[in-house]
Write a new protein. Structure first.
Length: 232
């Protein structure tokens, strides 16, 4: 039960502080994973990517080279689903002998894709700072601190999928439809959900609900697995 308590504490803290400056480096990390999800799908189902950017204002984009309809569909889904996939992978590997390689591998991936596709930019600066932080953590050699950081970035990545799909997809689409909050939304932004709406003719809000349901299920299964391990 101790692990469940830690996960819940992290999740509540991240969601409560989501719009504060304290959590900004972590939010940028989650956006990085979101864009990596798009990039991964582009390499698997398309012709790769042309550019990769993550900005200080927590926005980002990946210029992709899709092959066709299915390729575009998978790439558009890759952002939020990629965040969830990476989060579950991080939390799963933490329970294995590969735990000590997680942060180092992330630092190498961030640096590699930033150098190749971002050039001299904030994306590269963030990747360098992240790599320096990971190197310092390895020098400290604190397993407890390492465990906490892995749990935080894993849970935050799932929290990003839940929060962002709820606010920037579901609530945004409801506001555009019913004008609940004056001055918010404006013109229809070209989000992942809107791209899928144009591609499939299924409303953007449906994709947001689907992504949030998957993210919540990921949280549930993660906590369930932790509870099972705690009872053994």
């Amino acid at each position: 039960m101790k692990q469940i308590g830690r996960y819940l504490l992290i999740l509540i803290a991240v969601m409560a502080l989501w719009n504060s400056i304290v959590i900004k480096p972590l939010k940028i990390f989650t956006v990085f994973l979101h864009e990596l999800g798009h990039a991964l799908m582009a390499f698997i189902f398309g012709y790769g990517i042309q550019a990769f950017k993550v900005n200080f204002n927590e926005s980002g984009y990946t210029m992709v080279q899709p092959k066709g309809w299915f390729s575009t569909f998978m790439i558009a889904n890759g952002g939020y689903l990629g965040s969830i996939l990476f989060a579950l992978l991080i939390l799963h590997l933490k329970r294995t002998s590969y735990k000590k390689y997680i942060l180092g591998t992330l630092a190498i991936v961030f640096l590699t894709i930033s150098i190749k596709f971002s050039g001299f930019s904030f994306t590269l600066l963030y990747s360098i700072l992240f790599a320096v932080a990971v190197l310092m953590l390895y020098m400290v050699q604190s397993e407890k601190l390492n465990d906490w950081i892995i749990d935080i970035i894993g849970i935050a990545s799932v929290a990003y999928a839940v929060y962002d799909t709820f606010v920037d997809t579901i609530l945004l689409q409801l506001n555009l439809q019913f004008h609940l909050i004056e001055g918010w939304g404006g013109k229809q932004p070209m989000t992942d959900a809107v791209q899928l709406q144009q591609l499939t003719h299924i409303p953007a809000i449906v994709w947001g609900v689907l992504w949030m349901a998957i993210a919540l299920f990921a949280v549930y299964t993660t906590l369930l697995k932790s509870a099972g391990k705690a009872r053994r």
